[in-house]
Design a protein around this ligand. Structure first.
Ligand code: PLP
Length: 393
């Protein structure tokens, strides 16, 4: 018996456990101090009411012989796939329901998609980035090449013709930086992918936070993308489904590699290794894509974006460089006076009892940067910025 030795090449993820340890130690030493968490990467508001009603009704369906559902289609029920097609139609993107695959969230599919690609592929990943892209490739022994996100490119790296890649990860709006590619940026990536016969793996998990109508919320808004891009999205951040679990992956019919249809390969993979998402959850997800559902989900997003505004205003007043916060729940700031990420973390925890996430935890290029999130309450966010403004550097 041999294990998959690639797992031994994974770096231990100390980021959130180290944060928890430091916060707990501080709490024990200072039991009367109130800590405010701006490191939260999870939604905090309850699900839209339409989704709750739809899921209650679906539970009742399961109680009656006539409406009971056993195994569903691995790809997802047609009612949900069609609702997703309609949602894209509103963005001006035409899809076929058989190009949509319902999943239990974007993370699983982002990892699983690698099943249909050769292990020899060269993988291009931005740095800093959502760690799942890197780790899932290390698990399968693939070679990962990084592209630099930094202050000068606003953490939105563009293609470098000298770097040849087969699979390219793009996350927009980005976690952790909150930066969002404009149309011109994505056009460059699509052009590069087509020229180099590469596939873009586009993660649009935060698309619902995009306010600016000029910014693309789907890679398919870019001409040619249907020939070279797979899109992963999720209801997690769109509609508070982080604990309910539902997402979707789009694989257009047009993408072909070595004359094989990626859509067909994925159907084969899913029908073999996946038995679909719960009927109840899919009914809840369907409700989110109704006009009422979209409006309710937007209300929650507006609540978070109000917090993002409070944070942005404070950073502006403090003269701190940052990206994000305009079309994303994340703000990515440059630690003042060249401070390191963890030193900044310690300073704001110990001096003003505010917790955020050190950028160094998202890759080398995150050193010296720091992520704040908009998922706390208005009250706490306001209190936190008042405290941050008192800091002396
Ligand atoms: N993609 C990005 C960029 C994320 O930040 C997250 C979750 O935080 C996910 C995907 C995973 O989403 P899901 O809950 O749908 O698995």
């Amino acid at each position: 018996m041999n294990i998959n030795k690639n797992y031994l090449n994974l770096e231990s993820s100390y980021l959130f456990s180290t944060i928890a340890k430091k916060v707990n130690e501080f709490k024990s030493a200072n039991p009367n101090k109130e800590i405010i968490r701006l490191g939260i990467g999870d939604v905090t508001l309850p699900l839209p009411k339409v989704a709750i009603s739809a899921m209650h009704a679906a539970v009742d369906d399961q109680a009656k012989k006539e409406t009971f559902h056993g195994y569903g289609e691995e790809q997802g029920y047609a009612f949900l796939r069609e609702a997703i097609v309609d949602y894209y139609q509103k963005k001006g993107v035409k899809l076929d329901a058989n190009e949509v695959f319902v999943s239990d969230g974007a993370k699983s599919d982002i990892g699983n998609i690698l099943d249909i690609f050769d292990n020899e592929n060269i993988v291009l990943v931005p740095n800093p980035v959502y760690p799942v892209y890197v780790d899932t490739n290390i698990m399968s022994g693939r070679k990962v090449v990084f592209m630099d996100g930094n202050e000068s490119n606003g953490f939105l790296p563009l293609p470098d013709e000298n770097v040849k890649a087969d699979l390219i990860y793009i996350c927009s709006p980005n976690n952790p930086t909150g930066a969002v590619y404009d149309r011109a940026g994505l056009e460059k990536w699509v052009e590069y992918a087509q020229k180099n016969h590469a596939i873009i793996l586009f993660d649009s998990a935060y698309e619902a936070f995009v306010n600016d109508s000029e910014l693309p919320t789907s890679i398919y808004e870019i001409e040619g993308a249907k020939k070279c891009a797979i899109e992963f999205c999720s209801l997690s951040k769109t509609a508070g489904f982080t604990g309910t679990r539902c997402g979707y992956t789009i694989i257009p019919f047009e993408i072909e590699c070595e004359e094989a249809s990626l859509n067909k390969l994925w159907v084969r993979r899913q029908t073999t290794k996946f038995n679909g998402v719960s009927y109840i959850v899919q009914r809840g997800a369907q409700a989110i894509f109704s006009d009422e559902g979209i409006a309710e989900a937007k209300e929650n997003i507006s609540y978070y974006m109000e917090n993002a505004k409070i944070l942005s205003k404070a950073l502006d007043e403090m003269n701190i460089w940052y990206v994000g916060g305009k079309n994303s729940p994340y703000l990515w700031l440059k630690c003042p006076k060249g401070m390191k990420s963890w030193d900044f973390f310690d300073k704001i925890l110990t001096e003003v009892c505010v917790v955020g996430t050190p950028g160094a935890g998202f890759g080398e290029n995150g050193e010296g940067f720091f992520r704040l999130t908009a998922f706390n309450t208005h009250e706490n966010t306001t209190k936190a910025v008042e405290r941050l403004k008192k800091l002396k550097f």
